[in-house]
Design a protein around this ligand. Structure first.
Ligand SMILES: C[S@@+](CC[C@H](N)C(=O)[O-])C[C@H]1O[C@@H](n2cnc3c(N)ncnc32)[C@H](O)[C@@H]1O
Length: 506
């Protein structure tokens, strides 16, 4: 394809994305990719021909040019992979019948495994059935049904399956799946359509495992016959979209409940950056979880802001942890761009216990002082959690302005979880230099550089980096650096020497 044609193609692709998405994927878009038809039968073959792909359910897939050096850093810092659905899964599972589920492994950008990592990939999965208790709204292991799984069975029509697949999960290639059957073990005939169920696919964490991956939660309905039922999508669109998410088991050492409790987070990958959970979110959630383990009431009466919350995972996990430990937890404000708030609300409803749990979901656009003031007007902010917000250099000034407007000296601490990917040294230095005009900055693991503690830290001590044993939410991820290259910075506003600094409009 000639250069002109490539550029026109690229322009067309970029037009369909929002601005931040465009920047994030700017370097990942390829100019010469062939649209790949998604056909579950031939999928493995088609995908095997195109090893560098961006996960994009139900849209034309794009591939990366292996020659282009810029794609390497996106892999280099990827240690956590995600198990995803490459196509919609059948929403209704009939009891006592075998069903098949196809899966794929991608990193946080949606890039498939490639090269030796793909061909040698081995990941065995187990599966559990979770259901939402109708009264408490807690997500728990379902006690009325059992689930059994087996490797995908060879089909005569599918030559790819003629190899012996040894275990359920992934067995070379980054594409896998398994078959499952659900049986009623209670003997009771429940109103199956009233209960929400989730298939939870989890790495077994055994010695065969070559890749670290987050587990996958797939909503399903159960039926004794072929009725359709519950699905996370709006009604009428049950099979039209890939519907999936993550289920986080709260640390049983923390919870008072006799059963394991899960926090359910839905992802919408084709909604761009806010639609999925980023690695930094896991790291910051673990830091807070660890503090809650030591001091269960440390966040009570605090105001915590999950800035640009995306799926809302960090804030909702914190609320779920506090609830399971029997306290109300902090006043939590989850913020993002207006178009991203819908997913946060859905995730909030998915875990809502029905009690007044002091959760606010607010629009907060970086650099818009009125948005930040609306949040601080409700209560001064004690903790700002900012996970993976440092990726758009042109928005740095606005982001710093927002952190400034949310913060009060001696009162507010910002935890900025940042993973270096494609940002240039000079951009990174520019952000931290500009930030240091208004904030004391230190790494969470380097207390020697720490400025005087803020009010919350005086009472409960600063957040500390974790030992591998203290990690819970990313505990399945054992192979690579547990922090997944994520650094957590502590930012505390300097006492104002002048009235109100002027931030450039960006
Ligand atoms: C990489 S995602 C991180 C999401 C979430 N914090 C996490 O770690 O999973 C970046 C988030 O920044 C938000 N964002 C991007 N530009 C923004 C802006 N100008 N104002 C407010 N939020 C913005 C996006 O909507 C998205 O939710």
């Amino acid at each position: 394809m000639n250069m002109k044609k490539r550029l026109t193609l690229r322009k067309r692709k970029l037009k369909g994305m929002n601005h931040s998405d465009r920047l994030l994927t700017r370097r990942m878009v390829v100019f010469f990719s062939q649209p790949v038809v998604i056909d579950t039968r031939n999928q493995q073959k088609l995908l095997a021909d195109q090893p560098w792909e961006i996960y994009c359910p139900l849209k034309n897939r794009t591939s990366l040019n292996e020659d282009e050096g810029y794609s390497r850093p996106l892999y280099q810092h990827s240690t956590f992979y995600r198990i995803v659905l490459p196509c919609p899964h059948q929403a209704t599972a009939e009891i006592e019948k075998w069903h098949r589920i196809r899966l794929e492994l991608v990193n946080e950008f949606g890039l498939s495994l490639f090269g030796a990592q793909a061909t040698e990939c081995a990941l065995e999965l187990r599966c559990e059935l979770l259901s939402q208790n109708i009264d408490s709204k807690n997500w728990q292991h379902d006690t009325e049904h059992s689930i059994h799984i087996r490797p995908i069975q060879a089909d005569r029509w599918d030559i790819l399956n003629n190899q012996t697949i040894k275990w359920p999960g992934f067995f070379g290639g980054g594409h896998g799946g398994f078959e499952y059957i659900i049986r009623n073990v209670s003997g009771k005939q429940r109103h199956l359509t009233k209960t929400k169920y989730v298939l939870h696919c989890i790495p077994t964490n055994n010695t065969k495992q070559t890749v670290d991956a987050l587990s996958l939660a797939v909503p399903i309905s159960l039926s004794n016959n072929s009725l359709t039922g519950y699905n996370w999508q709006e009604s009428g669109h049950e099979y039209s979209k890939v519907d999936m998410g993550r289920a986080f088991m709260l640390d049983p050492r923390l919870t008072r409940a006799k059963k394991d409790i899960f926090c359910m987070i839905r992802e919408v990958w084709d909604a761009g950056t806010p639609g999925k959970l980023w690695d930094s979110a896991l790291v910051i959630a673990d830091l807070i979880a660890n503090r809650l383990k030591q001091q269960p009431r440390c966040l009570e009466k605090c105001h915590v802001v999950d800035l640009s919350a995306g799926t809302g995972c960090v804030g909702l996990l914190i609320k779920a942890m506090c609830r399971s430990m029997g306290n109300r937890g902090p006043k939590m404000t989850l913020t993002d761009l207006p178009e991203a708030l819908g997913l946060i609300r859905r995730n909030y409803r998915l875990n809502q216990s029905g009690i007044d749990d002091q959760v606010q979901i607010e629009q907060l656009r970086w650099g818009v002082e009125a948005d930040a003031r609306r949040v601080t007007a409700k209560a001064q902010v004690d903790i700002v959690l900012a996970s993976d917000v440092l990726y758009v250099p042109h928005a740095f000034e606005s982001l710093i302005a927002t952190l400034y407007h949310l913060s009060t000296s001696h009162r507010t601490v910002v935890y900025l979880a940042y993973k270096r990917r494609e940002l240039r040294d000079c951009d990174e230095a520019r952000f931290f230099n500009r930030c240091s005009q208004y904030f004391h900055i230190n790494l969470v693991q380097d207390l020697s550089q720490m400025s005087p503690p803020v009010y919350w830290e005086q009472r409960f001590g600063p957040l500390l980096s974790l030992s591998p044993l203290e990690i819970w939410f990313s505990r399945h991820l054992t192979h690579a650096n547990q922090q997944g290259h994520v650094q957590v910075y502590r930012l505390v506003k300097k006492p104002a020497l002048f009235d109100s600094p002027k931030f450039r409009q960006t």
